[in-house]
Design a protein around this ligand. Structure first.
Ligand code: PLP
Length: 389
């Protein structure tokens, strides 16, 4: 399909498809086979073998992922962490230095603090809003800068344009984890990010039933990352890839409903006297609202967080009383999820570290699903009343 002239919704359904379709099927088939016949004259690069990410189902998925981020090329991986670690493994060697935004996903932070030193990498965590701190962190061997579009769970939006510009000026590869935004909200390549990573386990698949990751960038950069992925081996299983491609077809519709739910809930909670503070970049009261409104064009994401006026007991009571959401971490699925980060995603940090990052004990994180807005708001209304919050 020629893709340049189509809009996001159309690309989500059709990008990556061979036309006429394989076997006449309107659904691109699952190619579960591990290996394909070679032809006379083929060399190593032509081999279609499952770990080498050249199975036709993998190639179809790559076409779709690249189109949705507006990139030349894409690579699917066995998890979001595989996307991040494989990307960094392609950029850094022993002795190299990485600049990382302070508030990155727990797994990424853990990798950078626990495993990166064993690989001989040096990592500096910087405030994502402080260009002077980035300049101070810079060393002759700095190779890359990594940041997230929307931070967890306070939903901060860093000065992403400045980070992309700084990286380009200093010759660093700029890497961004776009999981919380999704390409419906923001496409980081448009402001110059070199590599975009996703946990496709979240909104890209959207149905809370597989683990996968994705990386997009130029064909040259993705080619180098693919060579690393082929050797480290975190290639995506074709059946999960089939499910992910299916999930991607409805990404625009799902994300729009999730983002509308998040904005409506954030506004409802902000106006409720049992709630002390709401963190959502779609609210005027959010410190990064103006920046987010300038960068984003499809809503402000599906995740909000808040602090009840009654502190941790009220937070616990709300979690126990809400009827619709499951109490669980993760995000981006069709069902709403609610969690208290201090005892789940951020439990690995000490209370003092959490306090520095603004992860208070009574902070509640809500990941909106695609339920009816009115039902989610009504569920919160009833829970806040019943919990005496
Ligand atoms: C979940 C998540 C990851 C890790 O993804 P997995 O698929 O669990 O490996 C990375 N970054 C962000 C922002 C995430 O939410």
């Amino acid at each position: 399909m020629s893709e340049a002239q189509h809009r996001f919704e159309t690309l989500a359904v059709h990008a990556g498809e061979p036309r006429p379709p394989a076997g006449g099927s309107v659904v691109h088939p699952i190619y579960q086979g591990t290996v394909f016949e070679t032809r006379p004259g083929d060399d190593y690069d032509d081999i279609q073998y499952i770990r080498l990410n050249t199975n036709p189902g993998q190639e179809y998925l790559h076409g779709k992922l690249a189109a949705l981020e507006g990139a030349e090329a894409a690579l699917a991986t066995a998890s979001g962490m595989a996307a991040i670690t494989t990307t960094l493994l392609s950029l850094l060697a022993a002795g190299d230095h990485l600049i990382a935004a302070g508030a990155v996903y727990g797994g990424t932070r853990h990798f950078l603090t626990e495993l990166a030193p064993r690989l001989g990498w040096h990592v500096d965590f910087v405030a994502p809003d402080d260009p002077e701190a980035w300049a101070e962190a810079l060393r002759p061997n700095t190779k890359a800068f990594i940041v997230e579009t929307i931070s967890n769970p306070l939903a901060r939006v860093a000065d992403l344009v400045a980070i992309a510009d700084f990286s380009r000026e200093q010759g660093l590869a700029s890497v961004i984890d776009n999981t919380f935004a999704t390409p419906v909200v923001f496409r980081p390549h448009t402001i110059g990010f070199d590599l975009v990573c996703h946990s496709a386990t979240k909104a890209l698949n959207g149905h809370s039933d597989l683990v996968a990751g994705a990386i997009t960038g130029t064909a040259e950069r993705i080619g180098r990352i693919r060579a690393v992925l082929n050797l480290y081996g975190a290639s995506l299983d074709p059946h999960a890839g089939f499910l992910l491609a299916r999930g991607l077809k409805t990404l625009a519709l799902r994300a729009r409903q999730q983002n509308a739910n998040a904005l409506a809930l954030a506004r409802f909670l902000e106006g409720h006297n049992a709630i002390a503070r709401v963190n959502y970049p779609g609210l005027d009261s959010h410190p990064d609202h103006a920046r987010a409104a300038g960068l984003f064009d499809g809503g402000f994401g599906s995740v909000l967080s808040f602090r009840p006026a009654g502190g941790t007991p009220a937070a616990e009571a709300i979690l126990a009383t809400l009827a619709l959401p499951y109490t669980a971490p993760s995000l981006g699925g069709v069902e709403s999820l609610v969690t208290r980060p201090a005892v789940t995603s951020h439990a690995g940090m000490s209370a003092a570290e959490r306090a520095v990052d603004g992860i208070d004990d009574d902070l509640v994180r809500f990941s909106c699903g695609i339920e009816a807005t009115e039902d989610l708001v009504a569920d919160f209304g009833a829970a806040l009343e019943k919990a005496g919050a």
